[in-house]
Design a protein around this ligand. Structure first.
Ligand code: NDP
Ligand code: 2IT
Length: 448
C-alpha cells in the first residue's frame, strides 16, 4: 500500500490498531499516507516532529447525548459529535452531517480530510467535522428546530469565531444553520456571525455559499479539462445525488455547455438523454423536499429507476456528489468501459481504493475530493471574512474569488504532482501540497 515504506506501514498499523472499527477513517488516512514517502525523504524534520502521528490523533473529540422531543411529545435520544482535528493554519473549520449512518468513524474520516482540503484553499482554516446520527428525513420543521437547539446547547461551549466554526454537510442546510445559530446566540447573548457559515443572506450569509461546492467542482474540472485541450461543451455528464452539491454542479455544467443526463437520491436514479432541467430538481428537492422520482412526472423524456445504479449509464464525465464509497471498483470498470474521460469528486471520498486504481490505470482525468470540493469551505472562509469586517460582497465578486481559488488549487495540485514525479496525478499532488503546508506550520509552532 505504501510502496514498501516501512515507516508509513507501521504508522498506518498503529492508526488502525488504535481506532478499531473506523473503516472510513482508516481509508482516509491510508489514502493520504500512500502519497507521502517522497515528502519524508525531502523533509526529515517532519519525521522527528512526528507530524503524521500527531495529525492522525485529533486534538479533541467531543461526543454528547442529544435528547429531543417530537411533535407528539415522544422523546428521542441521538448522539452528537464534534472532532477538532488540527488548528495549525486557523480556527477549526468543517461541516456538520445529520444522517442515520453517522458514527465516530464517519466524523473522523471527514475531519481528517478537512485538514488537507482546507489547507489547499489557501485560506487560514484548521480542520474539524461534526454531526449526529439524527435522521432529518420526514421530520417536521419544528422537530428539526427542537433537535438543532438541543444539539447546539451541548456544543456551543466548544465553538467561537476564532475557535471552531461549523457549517453544513449532508442533512444540514441553511434551515438547520439558522436554528443552530439562533440557539448559539440565545446561549451566548452575542450576535457572533462568524461562528457558523452557510447562513441565509439576510442575516450574515455570503452570496455564492449555497452554490459554492458545486460551482467550485465544475470550475476545477473545467481547468483540468482545458489543460488537456477539452471542455464541458457538448459533454454528457452524470451527477449522483440531488442535494446541495449535486444541484449546483448541474447548474454550472449546463451553463458551460454540458448536458446533465442523470441524477439520483438514495432511492433511485432519473435518466434523461435530452438533458435534466435543474429548476425542476430545485423545486422538488429544495422547496418541496420530496424524492427525485417526482421528476419523471414533470418531464416525459425522463425515466426513473427505483434502486438503480447511476454509474451504469454511459457518460463522458462522472461527478459523484452524494456520499462516501459510492463508486466501487466494479462501477469504475463500467464507467471506463463505457468511455468516461473524467471523474470529479464532489462528495467526500466517494470512490473506493479499488475504484481509484481502475481510473488511474486507465488514464482517466481524476480530481480528488480534497481539491475538487474545496470550493464550499473556501467560500465559507469568504463568509467569515465578510462577517469579520461587517461587510457584504456582491455575487460577481464572490464568484470571481471562488473561481480564482479553484484555479489556484488545480495549479498547485498539478504542479506538485509534476514536481514529485507523478505528472497528472492530482491525488498525489493534493495530498503532498496540503500536507507540506500543514506540517510546516506545525513545525513552526513547536511541540504543542
Ligand atoms: P445534501 O444533504 O444536500 O444531499 C445529499 C445527497 O446525497 C442527497 O441526494 C442524498 O439522498 C444523497 N445521499 C446521502 N447519503 C446517501 C447515501 N448513504 N446513499 C445514497 N445517497 C445518499 O448534502 P450535500 O450535497 O451537502 O453533500 C453531498 C456530499 O458532498 C457529501 O459527501 C458531503 O460531505 C460533500 N460536501 C458537501 C459540501 C457542502 O458545502 N455542502 C462541501 C464539500 C463536500 P437522500 O436525500 O435520498 O438522502
Ligand atoms: O466537506 C466540506 O468541506 C463541507 N461540508 C463544508 C465545510 C465548511 O465549513 O464550509
Amino acid at each position: 500500500m505504501f510502496g514498501g515504506d516501512e515507516k508509513l506501514e507501521s504508522i498506518y498499523k498503529e492508526v488502525t490498531d488504535r481506532n478499531p472499527g473506523e473503516a472510513e477513517f482508516h481509508q482516509a488516512v491510508g489514502e493520504v499516507l500512500s502519497s507521502l514517502s517522497p515528502v519524508f525523504a525531502k523533509y526529515p524534520e517532519f519525521c522527528d516532529y512526528k507530524i503524521i502521528e500527531r495529525l492522525c490523533e485529533p486534538d479533541r473529540q467531543i461526543i454528547f447525548r442529544v435528547l429531543w422531543e417530537d411533535e407528539k411529545g415522544e422523546l428521542h435520544i441521538n448522539r452528537g459529535f464534534r472532532v477538532q482535528f488540527n488548528n495549525a493554519l486557523g480556527p477549526y473549520k468543517g461541516g456538520l452531517r445529520f444522517h442515520p449512518s453517522v458514527y465516530l468513524g464517519t466524523v473522523k474520516f471527514l475531519g481528517f480530510e478537512q485538514i488537507f482540503k482546507n489547507a489547499l484553499t489557501g485560506m487560514p482554516l484548521g480542520g474539524a467535522k461534526g454531526g449526529s446520527d439524527f435522521d432529518p428525513h420526514g421530520k417536521t420543521d419544528r422537530e428539526i428546530m427542537n433537535f438543532c437547539r438541543r444539539f447546539m446547547t451541548e456544543l456551543y461551549q466548544y465553538l467561537g469565531d476564532e475557535t471552531d466554526v461549523p457549517a453544513g454537510d449532508i442533512g444540514v442546510g441553511s434551515r438547520e444553520i439558522g436554528y443552530l445559530f439562533g440557539q448559539y446566540k440565545r446561549l451566548t447573548h452575542r450576535f457572533e456571525a462568524g461562528v457558523i457559515t452557510g447562513k441565509r443572506l439576510n442575516w450574515g450569509g455570503s452570496k455564492v455559499r449555497t452554490e459554492a461546492t458545486g460551482y467550485g467542482l465544475v470550475y476545477l474540472m473545467d481547468e483540468m479539462l482545458k489543460d488537456h485541450k477539452k471542455s464541458f461543451d457538448g459533454m454528457k455528464v452524470t451527477i449522483s445525488g440531488s442535494g446541495n452539491v449535486a444541484i449546483y454542479a448541474a447548474e454550472k455544467v449546463i451553463q458551460l455547455g454540458g448536458k446533465v443526463i442523470a441524477m439520483s437520491d438514495s432511492n433511485g436514479v432519473i435518466h434523461d438523454e435530452s438533458g435534466i432541467n435543474v429548476e425542476t430538481i430545485k423545486q422538488i428537492k429544495e422547496v418541496e423536499r420530496k424524492r427525485i422520482k417526482e421528476y419523471a412526472k414533470f418531464h416525459e423524456t425522463a425515466a426513473y429507476y427505483d434502486g438503480g445504479n447511476i454509474w451504469k449509464i454511459e457518460t463522458d464525465i462522472a461527478l459523484p456528489c452524494a456520499t462516501e464509497n459510492e463508486i466501487t471498483g466494479r462501477d469504475a470498470e463500467t464507467l471506463v468501459k463505457n468511455g468516461v474521460i473524467a471523474v470529479g469528486e464532489g462528495a467526500n471520498m466517494p470512490t473506493t481504493f479499488e475504484g481509484i486504481k481502475v481510473f488511474l490505470d486507465a488514464g482517466i482525468l481524476f480530481a480528488p475530493a480534497k481539491a475538487a470540493n474545496a470550493g464550499g469551505v473556501a467560500t465559507s472562509a469568504l463568509e467569515m471574512v465578510q462577517n469579520g469586517r461587517h461587510d457584504v460582497w456582491t455575487f460577481e465578486y464572490t464568484d470571481k474569488r471562488l473561481k480564482e481559488i479553484m484555479k489556484d488549487i488545480y495549479k498547485n495540485c498539478s504542479g506538485t504532482a509534476e514536481e514529485y514525479g507523478k505528472p497528472g496525478n492530482l491525488i498525489m499532488g493534493a495530498n503532498v501540497a496540503a500536507f507540506i503546508k500543514v506540517a510546516t506550520a506545525m513545525v513552526d509552532q513547536g511541540i504543542v
